[in-house]
Design a protein around this ligand. Structure first.
Ligand SMILES: Nc1ncnc2c1ncn2[C@@H]1O[C@H](COP(=O)(O)OP(=O)(O)OP(=O)(O)O)[C@@H](O)[C@H]1O
Ligand code: SF4
Ligand SMILES: [Mg+2]
Length: 311
């Protein structure tokens, strides 16, 4: 096991209010594995990744454990975290434009990671960066190295972000919906390259997405997050073949496939009553107990866990 997240709780203080974003999330990522964390907007996916990187904003309160190679990252000093970020664990952020420095040449931004962690600089660093940019599908990388981010398209910027995340060959890469904003063909090209690099280097990938078909394409295991709760987890093919949680079933039903007629369902944004199952307001299978208790997250088949009173 490379990463284990245990009972992670995160909440945010805002304008005198406190909102819980993650209510005790637990999962693990094995070495060499691609784990997809799936959930709709606001379910807490970014909060999970930022907790692992210890990059939550100042108004956040958190508890639990994030064990990376057995070491609890929540107990490390900020200096120790700085030496881990980008080197052992790296992250591709959701917004490539705000994550790149507009005043610095893109090649230098990638090379900086090598210098910071390994002291590799000058021509040697530049050659490694150019090689990686070419590998990531950036044509004329030798010239492009010296360009500034505003000259790059969204897809190109995201390739640069991936280069920054993988150049130091980290053991774990966290990717936060890295291709969502891109058009479908570019999205699948970039995904393919990212997965190739991860496999080649025997790294692990924790990939966040709201798109089940992406998880089905690249993931070994998948975890479904709903309103800050893990509601189902298992091997991708197992969850696709035998989804247990009503939320997972609804999501799989909504995957567009050739020849499939999608049923239009109205989705309520209603907040579940306090103390109820997080899926209560939307669930067609709810019973009385679901209104007053939150089900445990438990193993139903080997490695296949679900949070629902139906099991
Ligand atoms: N800095 C913050 N201050 C206050 N609330 C926040 C903050 N960051 C996140 N939240 C809240 O925490 C919850 C989880 O947010 P998070 O960004 O992790 O969701 P997400 O699953 O990544 O969504 P998306 O798919 O839209 O990126 C949301 O309700 C969000 O409004
Ligand atoms: S516990 Fe009840 S409300 Fe929650 S998902 Fe299961 S059946 Fe639906
Ligand atoms: Mg997010």
């Amino acid at each position: 096991m490379l990463l284990e997240v245990r009972d992670l709780k995160v909440g945010f203080h805002l304008l005198g209010d406190y909102t819980e974003a993650l209510s005790g999330v637990s999962f693990f990522v094995n070495r060499g594995e691609i784990y997809c964390l799936l959930g709709e907007s606001g379910s807490g996916k970014t909060a999970v990744l930022k907790s692992i990187m210890r990059l939550l904003p100042g108004n956040a309160e958190y508890s639990g454990e994030v064990l990376f190679e057995g070491e609890n990252l929540f107990e490390l000093s900020e200096e120790e975290m700085v030496s881990i970020r980008g080197c052992k664990v790296s992250m591709v952020f959701q917004e490539p434009m705000t994550s790149l420095n507009p005043t610095m040449r893109i090649g230098d931004q990638v090379a900086e990671v090598l210098e910071f962690h390994y002291g590799i600089k000058g021509k040697k660093a530049r050659e490694r960066v150019i090689e990686l940019l070419e590998r990531l599908g950036i044509e004329n990388a030798k010239e492009r190295y010296f360009h500034y981010p505003h000259l790059f398209s969204g897809g190109m910027r995201q390739r640069v972000m991936i280069a920054m995340a993988v150049i130091a060959e980290p053991k774990l890469i966290l990717a936060d919906e890295p291709t969502t904003a891109l058009d479908v063909t570019v999205q699948s090209q970039i995904l393919k390259l990212l997965v190739e690099l991860v496999k080649e280097r025997k790294s692990s990938l924790l990939f966040v997405t709201h798109d089940f078909s992406v998880a089905a394409e690249i993931g070994d295991r998948v975890g479904l997050l709903y309103r800050g709760y893990m509601v189902e987890e298992g091997l991708v093919e197992e969850v696709l073949k035998n989804p247990l949680h009503p939320y997972t079933k609804d999501l799989i039903e909504a995957i567009p496939l050739p020849g499939k007629r999608l049923k239009a369902k109205s989705i309520t944004q209603e907040t579940p009553p306090a103390g109820a199952c997080p899926y209560f307001s939307r669930c067609e299978k709810r019973t009385d107990i679901c209104r007053t208790q939150i089900p445990q997250f438990k193993e139903v088949n080997k490695g296949h866990r679900v949070r629902c009173f139906l099991y």
